[in-house]
Design a protein around this ligand. Structure first.
Ligand SMILES: Nc1ncnc2c1ncn2[C@@H]1O[C@H](COP(=O)(O)OP(=O)(O)OP(=O)(O)O)[C@@H](O)[C@H]1O
Length: 730
């Protein structure tokens, strides 16, 4: 899956996280054991951990020896030495092999313990009666009688060994050990305290280790997720920058923004959760199950009920909420789209008094998203209480079953506590997995949406082996060019052939929507021609690198677009190395210097985002200055003079004529007056050239041009325009 693929470059961190998770899980799984031991050994057994007595009265030693088989006897003999003071002592070697000694003496100890239990019991029994008859105490009982009792006891003890859990058996044996300790005044309190203190230190250590691991995991996981997100944003951004208009239109700007922000954020969030949970849950549940099996409480079936309940619950919630989860991103897209459109169009909305309708439109999108989110959240709110209920119900069930087992003497309280904790851990880990399975689909939708951008083929891109356009003269030739917008059935341009030379101005005029802007936009390769070719100095622009072609073009778009910064930074946008003089000259040519110098900070005056603090005409003049400052070989004015008044229009073109005399200039215009002095005028009608020539020629040869001219100029103006040639203008 895509989300996992994103983690590939960070495999080292993922391994570190996995190791830390194992450590965290180890601590997490050990703690219930410690709690159980704290109760069973620390409290119930006075801190005595092993049943093998460290010191045992000689008589008890011998009696127990009498109960043992040959193998057990050998161990007993090997690890105990006679202290010649009436006691036997466990040797150092014995301490090292304590488990071996424990299992050898456990049965014997229990048989030794049994008569004491009988004697202390309130009820009458054989042993009590026998001792009374002989007039002796249990400690004075002769060895033959012990042997006799041993024979009788053997089947009972064997039966107990079969039915008891290991922990419980050990605990019972330790109770027997205490009889040996009673005989020499063992200091139980000191033993218990030292055990409890040591256990507390160990538990504290474990908890600290666990906390440290968790913090480290959080830290590394967050870093990885942030890097994944950063990488994705970069990839998306780089791709979008390379997109031609066709791809941008396909996705829509709003969706591109949601994809590179909200979608990436989804992935970042899920990546953190995934790194912390997806690995942790299986480690914890498998570890928990192993522990539970070893615990010997024999209540595994309760865990399965718990897991089944959680899986059914989460499964049901998922089925209900999943469809809504999946459309969430599309709805976020819609809200972004509507708010973007409304925010950028506020002046028009106000001017047309459409506030209410637009508010409704926003409300609609907003409500859809809210409804969807609320539904999902409502469904999910059920999860927590039901889960809590399941957990508590399972705890009660365990306690109920365990109570019977404790009563029957086959389970200890501590083991029950540990069992409950392990069960909770296992259920929690299944919960984590189910939560992930809820979150993953949404994130995977987000990941797919991002991948869709990354995988989109850019329609306009450098061909393999594309050459650089070096020191061009600037001869532009359109050869039989046809063009259709992607997805459109009909061509917008057809049979376009003309040549534009350096030092000359080619003007394009025609009715609205006839394809003028499209024609000039093909030159910087905003789109590629569908048929025919465009060449610069005889080289097809598709065989040249886009960067080198664009570097030689100064493009002034129909709508002046400025960037936040200063006036100077905007003029230098295409020529970062332009000197102050160049910037000033460009501003003078574009007739922008007057209004710039009037400003308090002149060229350093701030320009707001999108050029919000300058007028439309000023914006257009700055856009013209920006193109000129580049000193390009080819200058394109896409209807850039319409926002200027007649006087400024003339002044700009005059200044251009004076200073820019070796560039190939294209002017898309609506006004005939703007193009009167052009060297070549192309008259476009429905995407084809219907007239080509100078103003004078076209007035005579082209009906369409004559109609346009007559609709804009008075007969006297037309007559004047045919008169003397004025000084050079573009
Ligand atoms: N991105 C686009 N996708 C599809 N069709 C488009 C796109 N841009 C423009 N068109 C269509 O192509 C045709 C030519 O548009 P173009 O902008 O080139 O016209 P124009 O002559 O510059 O118009 P105007 O003088 O009004 O600016 C129009 O019919 C327009 O609807």
């Amino acid at each position: 899956m895509q989300i996992f693929r994103n983690l590939k470059p960070y495999w080292k961190s993922v391994i570190i996280i996995a190791l830390l998770l194992v450590l965290q899980a180890y601590c997490d799984l050990s703690l219930p054991d410690y709690t159980s031991k704290l109760i069973d050994t620390g409290i119930q057994n006075y801190g005595i951990e092993n049943c093998s007595p460290k010191q045992i009265p000689e008589k008890a030693y011998k009696v127990i020896d009498g109960f043992m088989d040959d193998d057990e006897k050998a161990v007993w003999k090997k690890y105990y030495k006679d202290g010649s003071d009436g006691y036997y002592y466990l040797t150092e070697d014995g301490e090292k092999h304590i488990d071996e000694v424990d299992s050898a003496c456990m049965k014997g100890l229990m048989m030794y313990y049994y008569p004491y239990q009988m004697v202390n019991s309130d009820e009458d029994n054989e042993i009590k009666a026998g001792l009374d008859k002989m007039g002796i105490t249990l400690d004075e009982m002769p060895e033959e009688m012990w042997a006799q009792i041993g024979e009788q006891m053997k089947p009972t003890v064997d039966g107990m060994l079969d039915s008891m859990g290991e922990d419980y058996m050990e605990s019972t044996a330790i109770a027997c050990t205490r009889i040996c300790y009673d005989s020499f005044g063992y200091d139980y309190k000191a033993g218990q305290m030292s055990y409890l203190k040591w256990a507390a230190v160990k538990m504290l250590g474990m908890s600290l280790l666990m906390a440290a691991a968790a913090v480290l995991i959080g830290l590394v996981a967050s870093r990885v997720a942030a890097s994944v997100a950063c990488g994705l944003r970069e990839k998306v951004f780089n791709k979008v920058i390379a997109f031609s208009d066709a791809e941008i239109n396909k996705f829509s700007t709003a969706s591109l923004i949601t994809r590179s922000t909200n979608d990436v954020q989804q992935i970042q969030m899920v990546t953190v959760m995934m790194l912390r949970m997806v690995l942790y849950a299986p480690i914890l549940s498998i570890g928990g199950i192993v522990k539970v099996v070893g615990n010997g409480a024999g209540m595994g079936w309760v865990i399965f009920i718990g897991i089944a309940a959680v899986v059914i619950l989460m499964g049901t919630l998922m089925v209900i909420a999943m469809p809504k989860f999946k459309v969430m991103q599309t709805l976020v897209d819609r809200v972004n789209l509507v708010s973007r459109e409304i925010l950028t169009g506020i002046p028009v909305i106000r001017a047309f008094g459409r506030e209410e309708r637009e508010e409704e439109r926003f409300d609609e999108a907003n409500k859809d998203l809210t409804k969807n989110t609320l539904f999902v959240n409502r469904v999910m709110t059920f999860a927590m209480p039901i889960l809590m209920f399941i957990m508590y119900a399972i705890s009660i069930l365990i306690e109920w079953v365990a109570a019977h087992k404790i009563d029957a003497g086959v389970l200890q309280v501590g083991s029950m506590t540990a069992f409950i904790t392990y069960t909770m851990l296992i259920i929690m880990s299944f919960l984590m997995l189910s939560m992930m399975s809820v979150m993953l689909p949404r994130a995977s939708v987000a990941a797919d949406r991002i991948q869709e951008i990354i995988d989109t083929d850019v329609t306009v891109q450098d061909a393999a082996g594309a050459k650089k356009l070096e020191a061009p003269r600037g001869v532009v030739k359109y050869d039989n060019v046809a063009f259709a917008y992607p997805g459109a059935d009909e061509n917008v341009l057809e049979n376009i052939s003309f040549e534009a030379k350096p030092g000359q101005t080619t003007a394009i005029i025609g009715s609205t929507g006839c394809g003028k802007s499209t024609l000039v936009q093909l030159l910087p390769r905003f789109y590629d021609v569908t048929e025919g070719s465009i060449t610069i100095d005889g080289q097809d622009i598709r065989d040249l690198t886009m960067e080198s072609v664009r570097q030689n073009i100064g493009f002034v778009p129909q709508k002046g677009i400025l960037f936040s910064g200063t006036i100077a930074s905007n003029i230098r946008f295409g020529a970062p190395d332009a000197s102050d003089e160049d910037v000033k000259l460009a501003a003078e040519i574009s007739q922008a210097s007057d209004f710039i110098e009037e400003k308090e900070h002149g060229y350093d005056s701030a320009v707001a985002q999108g050029g919000g603090n300058v007028s439309g005409g000023q914006k257009q003049r700055l856009a013209i200055a920006r193109a000129i400052a580049r000193k390009p070989k080819i200058l394109i004015f896409d209807d850039s003079f319409s926002a200027l008044d007649f006087k400024t229009d003339v002044a700009v073109r005059k200044a251009l004529g004076e200073h820019v005399n070796d560039s190939t200039v294209f002017i898309v215009a609506q006004r005939v007056s703007t193009i009167l002095s052009a060297d070549q005028i192309l008259v476009l009608d429905e995407g084809t050239i219907v007239g080509k020539g100078t103003h004078k020629e076209l007035l005579q040869t082209c009906e369409e041009y004559r109609q346009i001219a007559e609709s804009q100029l008075s007969p006297s103006e037309i007559a004047a325009s045919l008169g003397t040639d004025s000084e050079r203008q573009v």
